[in-house]
Design a protein around this ligand. Structure first.
Ligand SMILES: CC(=O)SCCNC(=O)CCNC(=O)[C@H](O)C(C)(C)COP(=O)(O)OP(=O)(O)OC[C@H]1O[C@@H](n2cnc3c(N)ncnc32)[C@H](O)[C@@H]1OP(=O)(O)O
Length: 428
């Protein structure tokens, strides 16, 4: 085939996944960097799937939302400190909370086009080890001092430093263009869609109960590698009930009557890392690895939450999947009812419920709740931003494989910046 001829897409197998247990920020992983957590996940995957040795993996694609300047190319630095062959090419991807899934899609597309045979993809994040920046005023003075051509000019620049310059630049969990936090944006959307407190608390309790049940039956045995003394997600509270959650005080949307969002029906700030192993069918067969599922389609969307009406539920910050999923279904000729499992990232319970309401408004059938996040999701596991995509892909692939029958799974992830990343996994 000439390089100018279009390549025929190959099927991309999801072979497995590994993550460290997720931890609440400023807890057990407070002194761990994203790179250390990503390395632990990568070494776990390398051991489990025997990925040592020259050229075992074609590419490593990963990312982090909160990144230190020393992690210029976090993925490559991680490879160099891991058990993987140091000659494995690696690069970073960043699409906020969609990072992990977008990294997986980028790697899968190369495999589909025959440009590589295998890849590891995912992400890591830590709010505990957040990259504090030098404040902008001080940064400008230091740059000027560095450029100075004489000692006198350097001293003159440095003499402008004032105590206020020592205040660090702390990354904010807020949209730069609106100044509102993710939670405040979600509270606006929750009001617009009339999402009740009770419905949010029920969804959150279900997430905890299902995650606990999945751990108890050994579902995560192959998916989680212990790290720093943790064997399960630290945020998990198996005894969560809507009644207990109803006692928590609201934390977002306090400027309106009857605020509904609490620490219990919102994800906590979380540290962790997750990865998946992807490959062509030929590569998997040659290594004797059975595909869990195939990544067969993906779709992204973005909403204009900046110029639109802030109180408009349609274009709320986290509502892009309400556009991406109908488009994905139209393009693939599938219906919501065709999916055995639907994995919606739970940034906030209200955002999941608003997404479901928006899908129905766009003519999709109501979702059978038994199929929604059957092994729990981010409200229970926690949400280390860039790690969530790989957690969900690995979890969904394992669920489809467990059924031991043909099946389909849908993934929907909302992201900061008004974006949504969605995908389909299938087991023929
Ligand atoms: C695209 C996206 O994904 S956007 C999403 C991005 N992520 C975010 O924006 C993170 C949002 N989360 C946050 O900012 C914070 O976690 C907050 C503001 C919600 C809560 O922060 P905190 O107040 O520090 O929460 P904290 O963990 O202390 O919990 C508050 C209380 O609720 C309790 N609680 C929390 N969850 C539960 C639960 N499931 N069951 C019972 N009690 C609970 C805690 O025990 C605590 O009780 P206490 O005050 O008696 O100790």
């Amino acid at each position: 085939m000439s390089p100018l001829e279009p390549a025929r897409a190959r099927r991309v197998a999801v072979l497995g996944g590994t993550r460290v247990p997720f931890a609440r920020s400023d807890g057990p992983y407070a002194t761990a960097s994203s790179q250390e957590m990503l390395t632990a996940a990568l070494n776990g995957l390398t051991d489990r799937y025997d990925l040592r040795g020259p050229g075992a993996v074609g590419e490593f694609v990963a990312g982090a939302v909160l990144k230190h300047s020393r992690d210029f190319n976090l993925a490559r630095e991680t490879v160099l400190g891991s058990a993987l062959d140091p000659r494995t090419p690696a690069y970073d991807v960043q699409q906020a909370c969609g990072t992990g899934l977008q990294a997986i899609v980028a790697a899968a597309n190369k495999i589909a086009l025959g440009q590589t045979e295998s890849a590891v993809a995912g992400g890591a994040d830590t709010a505990s080890d957040a990259p504090l920046g030098v404040n902008d005023g001080l940064r400008r003075i230091l740059l000027e001092a560095r450029r100075a051509r004489s000692a006198a000019a350097r001293l003159k620049a440095l003499a402008r430093i004032r105590p206020g310059h020592l205040v660090p630049d702390v990354p904010r969990n807020a949209e730069p263009r609106t100044g509102l936090s993710m939670g405040e944006h979600a509270a606006v959307t929750a009001r617009a869609w009339g999402i009740s407190r009770r419905a949010q608390d029920e969804l959150a309790a279900t997430s905890h109960q299902r995650l606990a049940a999945a751990y108890d039956r050994g579902f995560f045995r192959d998916l989680v590698v212990p790290f720093r003394g943790l064997e399960r997600d630290q945020n998990l509270r198996p005894d969560s009930t809507p009644e207990k959650l109803a006692a928590l005080k609201p934390v977002f949307g306090l400027d309106h009557p009857n605020p509904t969002m609490t620490a219990g029906n919102s994800t906590p700030l979380t540290d962790g890392a997750a990865l998946v192993l992807l490959a062509s069918e030929e590569w998997a067969k040659a290594r004797g690895l059975a595909p869990l599922a195939y990544l067969t389609a993906c779709e992204t969307a973005a909403v204009d939450f900046v110029h639109g009406d802030v109180a408009d539920g349609e274009d709320g910050l986290l509502m892009a999947p309400a556009y991406a999923v109908p488009r994905l279904l139209e393009r693939t000729g599938l219906d919501l009812a065709d999916f055995d499992v639907v994995e919606i990232h739970e940034a906030f319970a209200s955002q999941v419920l608003a997404t479901l309401a928006a899908w129905e408004k766009r003519g999709l059938p109501p979702l059978d709740r038994a199929r929604l996040n059957p092994t729990g999701s981010s409200l229970a596991t926690g949400h280390p931003f860039a790690a969530t995509g790989a957690r969900i892909v690995a979890t969904l692939a394992r669920q489809l494989a467990e059924r031991d029958a043909p099946g389909k799974g849908l993934i929907s992830i909302c992201a900061a910046g008004g974006q949504g990343v969605t995908a389909i996994l299938e087991r023929p």
